[in-house]
Design a protein around this ligand. Sequence first.
Ligand SMILES: Cc1cc2nc3c(=O)[nH]c(=O)nc-3n(C[C@H](O)[C@H](O)[C@H](O)COP(=O)(O)OP(=O)(O)OC[C@H]3O[C@@H](n4cnc5c(N)ncnc54)[C@H](O)[C@@H]3O)c2cc1C
Length: 440
Amino acid sequence: MAALTPYQSWGRYPRALPAGVRSLRFRDQPLPRVAGSVLPFGNGRSYGDSCLNNGGTLLATRGLDRFLAFDPATGLIRCEAGVLLSEILSLTVGGGWFLPVTPGTRYVTVGGAIANDVHGKNHHLAGTFGHQVIRLELLRSSGERLRCGPTERADLFAATIGGLGLTGLITWAEFRLKRIANPYVQVERTRFDHLDGFFELALGADREHEYTVAWIDCLASGRHLGRGIYLAGNHAAPTCEDAPRPPGRAPSIPFDPPLSLIATPTLRAFNEIFYRKQPRRPTNGVEHFAPFFYPLDGIGQWNRIYGPKGFLQYQSVVPMSAGRDATRAMLACIAGSGQGSFLSVLKVFGDRPAAGLLSFPRPGVTLALDFPYKGRATLRLFETLDTLVAQAGGAIYPAKDAHMSPRLFAAGYPRVDEFRRHLDPAFSSSFWRRVTGAVA
Ligand SMILES: Cc1cc2nc3c(=O)[nH]c(=O)nc-3n(C[C@H](O)[C@H](O)[C@H](O)COP(=O)(O)OP(=O)(O)OC[C@H]3O[C@@H](n4cnc5c(N)ncnc54)[C@H](O)[C@@H]3O)c2cc1C
């Protein structure tokens, strides 16, 4: 097994050893000349191997961290691709501007958010991060710098949104922020006893709330299968009472425990307590945006609790027509295996056509769970889940993946041949080679 480097993915599985890492500092500098393939590396918040390039070179982009333009009247922002979403929020929330789409962690770069075409709790209304991008610059290994947007080199743009860093290096991007009155969110939490309860709530709440998502107790079975808590939120009104204080500094997991701290009995107890803590009746209150959008950012380096073997996420999407049955079958399979995570997440995606050729979000139900890596037992469970996803005509999210087969990738991403025409010949990744059989 390769040693851990600072350039690992969030799940710390699989391990990969790059032949070299080149830190980029200036957007005008040419790409470094190296033997073998290159891959941009943002902040390593992808779980599996889509941000890894075993045996090749990583282009570390965090040095591209400058803001280039911001119009406080319109919310139009242009910044380098290594800027973190957290840095944008620090700059703009006080002035009444928020990200139009954000994933469940703010510690991702703008380049990484575009290359995985990330989604948030408002997918049903706003689509993905890629839908928000007005323009970007792509540096190709030929030395060309190409400006792309929805109406400018639209084909290359569609390949680059969700393009997994394989069409070239994004040096900067421009997009529009959304107006907010303050940093608070009005949140309604509703407990539901079984999976059908989720679908009833999702159909109603998605019409009235900008942000929706559910937490599921993935170990509950029988008549409680799919029980959980539904969160629905809107940005708070200009004057809101009882606004909480912003959260303080996040505590951090200080060292790598020698073993995974996730064991089935503690997980079962945690899920039970978390579920029961929520009163039966819906609650409504004002929360600061940070714990609402980024609950896991509250504990630094939380990925360490899974121990040295690391962990995998399984995020699938299946069409609505098969959504109820496929989700029920997947949850039954996970509960039966006794494996699973704190915070399993279920959401209904909206109908907006994808922004990118390889974008993951599509109309349907998405389920996401973390699993400590337990070798064959985990991979066997994933194979069963894969069969259910394939039968339902669904797909797995590359940003979270470390196991999907070439066959499942091809079935889930039917536009991959169109995408190949835009690949930069010098760019490759461990993920791409695994799911396509390409050589480095
Ligand atoms: C706690 C947590 C919660 C999450 N929640 C969500 C969620 O709700 N929704 C969601 O969609 N995702 C979610 N994610 C996944 C995360 O948003 C994505 O993996 C994101 O793309 C990571 O960005 P990064 O900057 O860390 O990029 P990396 O993980 O380092 O790289 C991601 C991809 O971007 C490419 N890339 C990076 N920079 C550039 C560039 N400048 N030019 C071209 N390509 C580039 C890389 O080659 C790679 O293919 C979550 C992750 C975590 C850890």
